[in-house]
Design a protein around this ligand. Structure first.
Ligand code: BTN
Length: 243
């Protein structure tokens, strides 16, 4: 693929950086940083981004299909990251619907999609990923999730090689997604799904829906089985249902 890659040692947020420059960007343009002063997570959370050996990257993509397709795009990026980490030796890495990567039932990486563009228009999308390769000086008053790093799991990965590989594979996969949609990715997701066939709880706003996770549908929705019937759900977050 083609596109620019900017490596910026210290930045507020790689997502923010691309969001501010959207009008000059081309699909596949990427920003990588060493340290983020204002790393962003989903739901207004902050993404703890210490200096050291983690990976913080964002890629711009222009999507003719419009903002509704952004959901699928983020699932594709999750698949690409999980497969790249597995190939680099972290064989137990899994995806968690919709936007996390898990290792040993703990969060290893998160994906944040931000976009501009109205329904029906072309969408300008920035997709950011933060991967815990080696965490230092973790501030537990800031990090409120059960997390893990590859280092903690005893896995060492060449960060530069991983970054280059990810950029190429993301560009490739997003180009496929652009023309073929999620169809080519459904089975790849199922193989990586940390929760497939497990009892889960889906929380959408005030609502709690319990069921058995059965993978994703062609829109990227979570398939939940309840009393023998499978329904696709969009939105919300899942967690394992306590036994
Ligand atoms: C989440 O799980 O809440 C999503 C975390 C996304 C973090 C990455 S790090 C690179 C990019 N820049 C940001 O400010 N956030 C994303």
């Amino acid at each position: 693929g083609s596109g620019d890659v900017q490596v910026i040692p210290v930045i507020d947020s790689t997502n923010q950086y691309l969001m501010e420059r959207m009008s000059d960007l081309h699909s596949g343009d990427t920003c990588v940083a060493e340290y983020q002063q204002a790393g962003r997570g989903r739901r207004g959370r902050q993404w703890f981004s210490p200096f050291g050996a983690n990976l913080y990257m964002s890629m711009y993509w222009r999507l003719e299909q419009g903002p509704a397709a952004a959901m699928g795009l983020s699932l594709v990026v999750g698949i690409v990251i999980a497969e790249a980490l597995q190939a680099a030796g972290a064989e137990d890495v899994r995806v968690k619907w919709p936007n996390d990567l898990y290792l040993n039932d703990r969060k290893l990486a998160g994906i944040l999609v931000e976009l501009s563009g109205k329904t029906g228009d072309v969408a300008h999308i920035v997709i950011g990923a933060g991967i815990n390769l080696m965490m230092r000086n973790v501030d537990s008053s800031v990090v409120n999730q059960q997390w893990i790093s590859l280092q903690e799991a005893g896995i060492t990965i060449d960060r530069n090689a991983l970054t280059v590989g990810l950029i190429n594979k993301m560009r490739e996969a997003l180009a496929v997604f652009e023309t073929e949609g999620l169809a080519p990715f459904i089975n790849r997701w199922a193989k990586l799904d940390n929760f497939i066939n497990r009892p889960v709880k889906l929380v959408i706003g005030e609502r709690e829906i319990q069921g058995i996770a059965r993978g994703i549908d062609s829109r990227g929705g979570l398939l939940l089985e309840q009393e023998g019937e499978i329904t696709g759900w969009v939105g919300g977050e899942i967690s394992l249902r306590p036994a």
